[in-house]
Design a protein around this ligand. Sequence first.
Ligand SMILES: C[S@@+](CC[C@H](N)C(=O)[O-])C[C@H]1O[C@@H](n2cnc3c(N)ncnc32)[C@H](O)[C@@H]1O
Ligand code: SF4
Length: 367
Amino acid sequence: MVGCYIHVPFCARRCGYCDFNTAVLGSAGLTPNGWLAGLRAEIALVAPREKLGTVFFGGGTPTLLGGPILAAAMDMIRGELGLASASEVTIEANPETVTAPLLDALLAAGFTRLSLGMQSADPAVLAVLDRAHTPGQVTWCVDAARRAGFTDISLDLIYGTPGETLTSWQHTLETALACAPTHISCYALIVEPGTPLAGRIDRGELAAPDDDLQADEYLLADDLLTAAGLGWYELSNWAAPGHECRHNLGYWHSADWLGFGPGAHSHVGLQRWWNHRSPRRWAAALQRGESPVEGREILDDAMIHEERVLLQLRLATGLEVSELMRTERERLPGFMADALLITHTNSVVLTRQGRLLADKVVRDLLS
Ligand SMILES: C[S@@+](CC[C@H](N)C(=O)[O-])C[C@H]1O[C@@H](n2cnc3c(N)ncnc32)[C@H](O)[C@@H]1O
Ligand code: SF4
């Protein structure tokens, strides 16, 4: 089944750690209505193939668009591309943008899954991250979303923020779990070059994230989330049974997906393509009746193989041994002796220690 990613390139303000393709609303060179018109034109360029099994509105801050524009976008997707029955439709939301009427509007528009950017329950950590919400707003949002009728609610957390301690992170995890979400993502903070956060670290105003602390934080998250009934199913993701993100599972299983919006990537069969990153260029191309695609590539056997190993090893279901080449299979006993991989029926799966060193395991396996 095919997935669909819709990129919304607007935020109310920029967080100092983020280098996603998003700009402050009002200075993005594109208005929300201009974005909607671009989306309409871009969808019209696509010949419908099969109905969409999953849709994911990501950003940026999709909830900044408000109910009417989001409902209009969903109508287009439903009408022009088609939604399969029981499809999963996710929207990312910043807690400070969520209201009870917006939640009702999202459900009426067909969204089935809410992914809230909680990040931390520690006001000092939220301040370092430049977040605009308070911890209390997250608790309110989850309660309100459940009352409104959402049964799939996910929280995004970040660990390793300068100044964060293991105690603060434990408090964040416990606060998140007390909200009883069905899914939690925990991301290690990445200091992206060129961001204001990187500048503050370079100038010595903030300490760089500590690898050992981040490893301890990962293990604590795995302990607490698992004990609370959220099983890990991908390196950074834990879910109650049956509440895994089907859209992201599609990416990790190299399924087909169509991306719309500035900078969105698509993958169908052996082809991959990506749009102009600049909202202005994306919209201008569509206004001229042209494709907003900036580049394309055909995946060769080596690329497909590397990607499958890289993505499937991240999953709790692991990688089928038969996917590996002979030389790679010969390396497996070494990883098992180091307790980084275990076999599970016909697959290899990362151990907890292996999950901490996943990038290195993949590199060494493919080298
Ligand atoms: C790009 S955001 C979009 C959703 C929404 N605007 C938000 O901030 O929650 C998706 C997730 O990526 C995370 N993220 C962004 N930059 C990151 C970084 N440098 N390191 C780790 N996580 C990051 C965000 O914190 C968020 O949870
Ligand atoms: S983390 Fe989210 S809210 Fe912050 S700038 Fe990035 S996309 Fe926008």
